[in-house]
Design a protein around this ligand. Structure first.
Ligand code: 26W
Length: 809
């Protein structure tokens, strides 16, 4: 920071004056003592003061209009950093940068130290964040509800190639964006017993309870037209300290209640491999569901008086089944607190809820052991039995429902240990059940929800995911945004479909030239970042081939790594050939209890180490694993990508949203016919995407038949050499057997069909090399990708939800 004594206060803009005022009076520092974090906080607080007026106006407007409100319930909100988004949505970027510069502060530098709000795992959480921004942009009165995790998603460090999980301390410097709402607090009970009186009134007397306290963060829509609220719940004990125990000398035990309450909001998805972990997860789900439903009901009654009109004035969307217990909670409030008869309560509930499914993976379909559920939520268990009775009676009336179908529809899984099926609960209690891409929605109908779909054929619908172009183009790629604006004007900033006008520029050599320059400078920026953080030097003229996402076997990072090994082998055997210089970039976290995913991370690092230090491949191939993948890292990497890896086993990726972000930033996709890749192909055209591999039907047929991966591996020279090299320790000389099991998994079972798709993938990669050689053609395809993926804006998606599910537009 500069020596401020020489800056005459008189030259300061009013905005600069306000920032300094905030620094002094709210942070308690003067300009000399202020450090970057203080300037960041002062800037955010100053901006927040301005946002508050719009925020209140938005609330008043919705109230005056008697508008229907949308409630988006999600256990994850991966919102990342907020300052840049807020500044650009308010159109205040230049002004704030100037004010800060006059104070000797660099806006870009303080933006860079804002911590990522990493309150999510991956796609589902980031989708919730994009949706929040689009709902504000489309001026829908909407609230997001979730948990204010103190630590959120773990921070990933790579130690000698291994993933190490560290707590993310995003709140360490406080959170200037949020408002604590001490007045919005709710009682959340657990356990205890249920009694009934002669009048038929049921009473639940919980054995323990915590208080849910709201923290509100403003969400600013594009052009600041509307500001919505993201309301995250924290937990506190009713008795922060038991004085009797404390005075008796039990100083730790006296604080146990508070510690217990806080454990509820400590981390995102504590490992669910132990039953203690499982119970905590169910407690989290009920905690935030109950607080949110109580809040929604309170607001409705306050504004509209009669709880029976709830469905006309509120739409509640369940982001996957994590908040599905909300269904039983609303039923409980309607019946036990508002005296509605069961049938009427059920009608209100069904008209209010919608459910979005995000995965068909059986291990990700939530179900709770019945004894656990009953012990923790005895009243909700009764209501679930009652709902189940009603649904099963209805099912039995339908002639097409045999015993098998009725059992599949039941909310209780009776196979083995009895469990409560949350997806079935969410399905029967919603008027709309949607998938997140066309293929995914079809597969929902054919597989997990086949019987429910026959009983309620109108219910399942598709809403293909989208991404907000404010963050994923204008925010992360200002150079490309400026170039597009020069070419086609600013209309695309308000309507991403307008990007279409860029299409003809694909044929304009001078535009392609400038487009290529933007990409190159983004690649230089990323290379510098990687050099600073890992020491690795990259050639910005090489093809940047990128796979960044959660590490999971179905996403097949392993396919990419094995192909990298095969390519390495070929370059070494034929150094004389005209190889395309490539950089393979990986980033992603593995769930802490997911052994194979962690081995895949280690393998990527081992392969990188060997290849990067082998002089015989020269500069032709480099591999990097970048640690701690999060939203901010994605914003840095995506604008610099040439090739986007979307190579999941067909039928397994519900949609993918990274695929959309890359295409919007001018990367070509190499991918399978899975999730939204299929729709991206339809939009960009077959000639502007590289598709390979089995289709979802073919995968299903192979799994049902006799798939023999060993024969396939042995039949492919390239594949068997790569797999054998990995299995025999070529990349792990310090522990030659390290990858034995991982590779044997491919020989013996290969559930994710890496072997079946390998040759197709390798051939597709060589066709990428050939395309890359014709650089102007490549650039033309890249431009067409940008021009043709405007449809994947989350504004389009939210418009569809609002009209077709929420009745709110
Ligand atoms: C056990 C609970 C559980 C299960 C799965 C928690 C979290 C998950 C995933 C992380 C859910 C998820 O992120 N799904 C992704 O949702 C995106 C948004 O719809 C899709 O684009 C991705 O294909 C899907 O994997």
């Amino acid at each position: 920071m500069t020596d401020n004594d020489t800056t005459p206060a008189i030259d300061r803009s009013p905005l600069a004056g306000r920032i300094v005022d905030t620094l002094i009076h709210r942070i308690g520092k003067d300009e000399r003592a202020a450090r970057k974090h203080d300037w960041l906080a002062a800037t955010i607080l100053t901006l927040r003061d301005e946002i508050i007026d719009k925020w209140m106006a938005s609330t008043r407007q919705a109230h005056a209009a008697g508008a229907k409100r949308v409630y988006y319930l999600s256990l994850e909100f991966l919102i990342g950093r907020l300052l840049r988004d807020a500044l650009s949505n308010l159109g205040r970027n230049a002004e704030v940068a100037e004010a800060l510069a006059s104070l000797g502060v660099d806006l870009a530098e303080i933006e860079e130290i804002e911590p990522d709000a990493a309150l999510g795992n991956g796609g589902l959480g980031r989708l919730a964040a994009c949706f929040m921004e689009s709902m504000a942009t489309l001026e829908l009165p909407a609230y997001g509800y979730g948990i204010r995790y103190v630590n959120g998603m773990f921070r990933q460090r790579i130690d000698d190639g291994w993933q190490v999980e560290l707590p993310e301390t995003w709140l360490a410097h406080g959170n200037p964006w949020e408002f604590e709402r001490r007045e919005s607090a709710y009682f959340i009970g657990f356990g205890g017993e249920v009694t009934g009186n002669e009048a038929g009134h049921v009473h639940w007397k919980p054995a323990e309870a915590v208080e849910a306290v709201a923290y509100d963060t403003p969400v600013v829509g594009w052009r600041g037209k509307r500001v919505n609220t993201l309301r995250l719940w924290s937990a506190r004990a009713f008795d922060p300290i038991r004085l009797d125990a404390f005075n008796a000398g039990d100083h730790i035990g006296a604080l146990a209640g508070q510690a217990r309450a806080e454990s509820l909001v400590r981390v995102l998805y504590p490992s669910d491999s132990s039953s203690a972990g499982q119970e905590l997860r169910l407690r989290q789900e009920y905690f935030f569901s109950s607080a949110s439903i109580q809040d929604i009901v309170r607001r409705h009654v306050q504004y509209f008086g009669d709880i029976r009109t709830l469905p006309d004035k509120a739409a509640i969307q369940l982001n996957d089944t994590h908040p599905a217990v909300s269904v039983a909670e609303l039923m409980r409030l309607l019946i036990d607190h508002h005296d509605l008869p069961f049938e009427e309560a059920w009608e209100v509930t069904r008209r209010t809820f919608g459910y979005t499914n995000h995965t068909l993976l059986p291990e990700a379909l939530e179900s709770w052991p019945l004894p656990l559920f009953e012990r923790l939520l005895p009243r909700h268990m009764q209501l679930i039995y009652a709902i189940n009775g009603r649904v099963l009676r209805e099912a039995r009336k339908s002639p097409s429902m045999g015993d098998h179908s009725v059992a599949a529809i039941s909310l209780i899984d009776e196979n083995g240990e009895r469990r409560v099926r949350m997806a079935n609960l969410a399905f029967v209690a919603s008027h709309s059940v949607n998938g997140v891409a066309a293929l995914h929605t079809e597969l929902m109908k054919q597989t997990v929800f086949a019987d429910l779909h026959r009983l309620y054929p109108e219910r399942i619908n598709n809403k293909t995911n989208g991404i907000t172009p404010r963050r994923w183009l204008m925010g992360c790629n200002p150079a490309l945004t400026a170039l597009i604006r020069d070419a086609i004007g600013p209309a695309f900033c308000d309507d991403a479909a307008e990007l279409r006008s860029l299409d003809s520029f694909a044929d304009d050599a001078s535009f392609r030239e400038r487009f290529a320059e933007v990409k190159r400078s983004n690649k230089v920026g990323l290379s510098n970042f990687i050099r600073e953080s890992t020491g690795l030097r990259l050639d910005p003229d090489a093809l940047f081939d990128v796979q960044i996402k959660r590490v999971h076997e179905y996403k097949r990072q392993l396919l990419n790594i094995i192909e990298t090994v095969a390519l390495y082998d070929q370059i070494r055997s034929h150094p004389e050939k005209d190889w395309t210089p490539r950089v393979k970039l990986f980033a992603g976290k593995a769930a802490s209890s997911y052994h194979n995913a962690k081995m895949i991370i280690k393998l990527a690092n081992d392969v990188a180490k060997r290849i990067n230090s082998d002089p015989s491949v020269g500069g032709l191939l480099k591999v990097a694993f970048i640690s701690n993948y999060n939203v901010s890292l994605a914003e840095r990497i995506i604008p610099a990508a040439d090739l986007s890896e979307q190579i999941s086993t067909a039928g397994m990726e519900a949609s993918g949203t990274g695929n959309m972000k890359f295409a919007l930033n001018g990367a070509l996709t190499i991918g399978t016919l899975d999730g939204a890749n299929i729709e991206i192909k339809d939009h960009v055209g077959d000639e502007n995407i590289v598709i390979f591999g089995l289709t979802a039907d073919e995968v299903a047929a192979k799994r049902a038949g006799d798939y023999r991966p060993r024969e396939i591996i042995e039949g492919s020279r390239e594949l068997s050499q790569a797999v054998n090299a990995i299995a025999s320790g070529v990349f792990s000389p310090d522990d030659p057997d390290r990858y034995r099991d991982l590779m044997n998994g491919l020989y013996d079972r290969d559930w994710f069909m890496v072997a079946a798709d390998f040759d197709g993938y390798a051939a597709a990669q060589r066709s990428v090399d050939a395309r890359w050689a014709d650089r102007s053609n490549w650039q033309a395809s890249a431009v067409r990708n940008v021009a043709r993926v405007g449809w994947f804006s989350s504004d389009r998606t939210i418009g569809e939800y609002a009209r077709e599910i929420w009745g709110a537009m």
